[in-house]
Design a binder for this molecule. Structure first.
Ligand code: HAM
Length: 417
């Protein structure tokens, strides 16, 4: 028997229902915030990720699925979608009108060769947004609150926004210098990864899960002491907006995020139950120009759909997720089956969810199946009735039965469900 690859899973049963529930809510939500759907390829030129997510990031150094295709092109399965959306914005010149704020959302699978554990997969699904051409803290507030309100709308309450700012380039350079000076005498105490990060990207040391409890971390210099006045002002304004919008947030100066393209505000939606990130994002004002596009400020986030599903499953624990149909049409002989097939089409075209006996079941088994599917109405066909132009309809909850004229069946069901 062939089994699924490590770190992947089949989306089945309740998980599949929750996925569609999340997708439906997301589509509705994005429409009201006026975001357009975008789909970019699952594989891209490897260079795209090297030049965006970063040569020194864990994702690019350890986690990408890379391969040479049959035409000898170096390809990477996307580990995230921001880079692909940015590439598409540049390649398709979507920034044509300089006054337009471009707002996109996506839903799709990403691939990261990570060590699988609770909430961490090698094939993961992200629901994300990317906004281009605004540097106003108002749009950061819109984007953060969009994710926050969507998670709430799905029914998840126990989470908050962890927020930080990495400031502008100059603030980050000054802070990086201070961190290097601070960690220099302690280098040997750091884990091997952080010893490398010391040279490549010292900010990432703050994010280390291995070293985090070491004493030296207690007195680490704070980013806030190195922020330029503009970066400070923008962060302050954003927080004022988040308060106005009733967003539960907490500033955490150790939040640096694992991708190299961020500047200014960064954040994560953190589940209080599991202490894992349900999503994360931030501003990336230099990414578009560094990928040969124009200077275009940008901000976005992505939610981990697999983690949302896990969280919702916990909330709904013991409550079976209800799947119901409107009508089950019962038929036994060929005449009844033909009739069932035609009225099922008429009902379905009228948005009535219905099912037929397509497995040649006995009448008794059909009653059982209809109960299991939680059918609201049963349409019980029999040749005697059909010869008189009548049809028996039973309300499966009240058990009331009526005989109605065949021609009135569709109207009757549409108006009663
Ligand atoms: P990220 O923090 O790498 O950001 O991923 C966003 C979310 O995807 C995480 O918070 C988590 O919920 C989920 N996720 C990440 N890796 C895994 C995994 N191995 N298994 C399950 N879920 C996972 C980004 O990807 C950025 N592109 C977000 C962004 C958009 N920033 C700006 N725009």
């Amino acid at each position: 028997m062939i089994i699924k690859p490590k770190g992947t899973y089949d989306l089945l049963n309740d998980d599949a229902l929750l996925y569609k529930y999340i997708e439906g809510n997301a589509d509705r939500f994005m429409q009201s915030y006026n975001y357009e759907f975008i789909r970019t390829p699952i594989f891209e030129d490897s260079q795209l990720f090297h030049r965006s997510v970063g040569e020194t990031s864990d994702i690019v150094t350890k986690e990408t699925y890379d391969f040479l295709d049959r035409g000898n092109r170096q390809i990477t399965l996307r580990p995230e979608c921001t880079a692909g959306v940015v590439r598409s914005v540049i390649e398709n010149k979507l920034y044509g009108n300089r006054n337009d704020v471009l707002k996109y959302y996506y839903l799709g699978t990403m691939y990261r060769y990570e060590r699988p554990q609770m909430g961490r997969f090698r094939e993961l699904t992200q629901l994300g947004v990317e906004v281009f051409n605004s540097f106003d803290p108002m749009i950061d507030a819109e984007v953060i609150s969009l994710g926050y309100n969507l998670i709430k709308e799905l029914g998840i309450e126990e989470f908050y926004v962890k927020l930080n700012t990495l400031g502008d380039k100059e603030s980050r350079e000054n802070y990086t210098k201070a961190l290097k000076e601070y960690f220099a005498p302690h280098l040997k105490e750091l884990c091997p990864d952080c010893q490398k990060r010391y040279n490549t990207n010292p900010l990432r040391i703050l994010d280390c899960k291995v070293d985090h409890d070491l004493d030296i971390f207690k007195n680490v210099p704070k980013m806030s002491s190195y922020l330029s006045s503009d970066s400070k002002e923008r962060f302050k304004k954003l927080q004022e907006y988040l308060v106005m919008l009733d967003i539960d947030y907490e500033v955490d100066e150790s939040l640096v995020r694992g991708l190299d393209y961020y500047d200014y505000n960064v954040w994560e939606y953190v589940s209080e139950n599991k202490n894992i990130a349900l999503g994360g994002g931030g501003r990336y004002n230099s990414l578009v120009s560094s990928l040969d596009g124009p200077s275009l400020p940008a901000v976005g986030f992505a939610l981990g759909v697999d983690r949302l599903i896990m969280e919702l499953k916990d909330i709904l624990a013991n409550k079976k997720i209800e799947k119901e149909i409107d009508v089950y049409i019962m038929s036994v002989n060929e005449e009844e089956k033909r009739f069932a097939l035609t009225i099922s089409q008429d009902l379905r075209l009228n948005n009535v969810v219905c099912e037929i006996n397509s497995a040649d079941l006995s009448l008794k088994s059909q009653f059982k199946v209809a109960d299991r599917l939680k059918a609201h109405f049963l349409v019980i066909l029999n040749s005697d009735d059909l010869n008189k132009g009548l049809i028996t309809v039973k309300d499966n909850a009240t058990k009331e039965e009526v005989k109605i004229d065949e021609k009135e069946l569709i109207d009757y069901l549409v108006s009663n469900i």
